[in-house]
Design a protein around this ligand. Sequence first.
Ligand code: FAD
Length: 375
Amino acid sequence: MNQIYQEGKEFAKSYILPYTERTDKESKFPEETFEKLGEQGFLKLLIPEEYGGFGKGLEEHAQACLAFAETCATTALCYMMHNVAVMCIVTHGSSELKAKIFADIIENGKFMALAYSEFGSGTHFYVTEMSAEVNGDSTTFNGKKSMVTSANYASYYLVLAPSVEEGKINNWVFPKESKGLSFELSEWDGLGMRGNSSCPVRIEDVTLDSSYRIGAEGSGEEQVFHVVAPFFITGLGSVYSGTAMHMFEIASSHAANRKYPDGRTLSNIETIQVHIGNIYKHASAARAITLEAARAGANGESDALAKILSARIVASEAAIECGRLAMRVGGGKAYNKALPTERLLRDAYAGQIMAPSADVLTVWLGKALTGQMIP
Ligand SMILES: Cc1cc2nc3c(=O)[nH]c(=O)nc-3n(C[C@H](O)[C@H](O)[C@H](O)COP(=O)(O)OP(=O)(O)OC[C@H]3O[C@@H](n4cnc5c(N)ncnc54)[C@H](O)[C@@H]3O)c2cc1C
């Protein structure tokens, strides 16, 4: 594991762990953690050095998300989205946009979110029903996004909307204070990832000048498939393989500490040993393929796409399977929430349905391997 992973683990111990239970129980966004993420430099991980950041890439993104997810899946998920949004600005943003947003992140601890999914297109989030009316240099937007992680806490929201070029889309950055942008805060009551503060976002006559468009007119799809996809899909691989690894730690430590009256522990029972072995097998395989996918992606290798898609599918499935087995190891203590296993299992269930879902990615993987167009 590289230095970012080690630093991420240290950070998690001090600044994520104290809030994990509250994040879930009270569905509370981990605000204190995000303040510290800014102070300790994690929010600028991917910002180029010339703008005052660390200039890191896909591998470090994967390592940081993994380290955080081994303590709290929700925090890792929110952080992961920020990095994806930053990367769109890094690769396609104008120097004016970079200077403005990166300074706000570095100097003021601001962070970003992705307002992509809509009620209509659901998991196919790159299909948008927004309206974008152009008037000279201004564009007026109307529409609604369905589930936006870090809503109301982030300061900048990436929004996909139609381009003036037929059939194309643009990727825009909406500042939180934009007139006409509002959050339906009461709606998030998710099974897991309960502190991510996800909610619908209303966009009513939001008007922005073209400096808020990321990249050239009509370049949204290219950004979605060449920037958002690798960072988002690999990042989710990290979030769910980290969650699976977290289950291993909880299950193995519980097995070692739970003693019967005859002095034997759960760890002395062969069936439990097999469960622990299987949890480790799934979790470490998911982690290994995720890190390998990040490495291949960072080096632009020809099979990087197949590895990235596989990593996210394997990690999502591994987290759920590890949770199922960890609940058995934990017994009544897991079921009555004396152990955090059930929280992790609830978090893990988001993995298979988050866009692009595990089912959609499985189709994409088959297409990638047989030389077909994606999507
Ligand atoms: C915890 C969490 C956080 C989220 N955060 C964000 C966020 O920050 N920003 C954001 O934009 N969105 C976010 N989302 C939204 C999310 O990623 C999905 O877009 C949304 O959950 C899917 O919407 P839907 O219910 O309409 O799914 P639908 O599109 O109705 O899909 C339902 C099911 O059908 C399957 N399906 C649909 N089409 C196909 C196909 N062609 N092939 C195979 N299977 C298919 C899907 O896999 C899915 O399981 C978040 C979701 C969750 C759970």
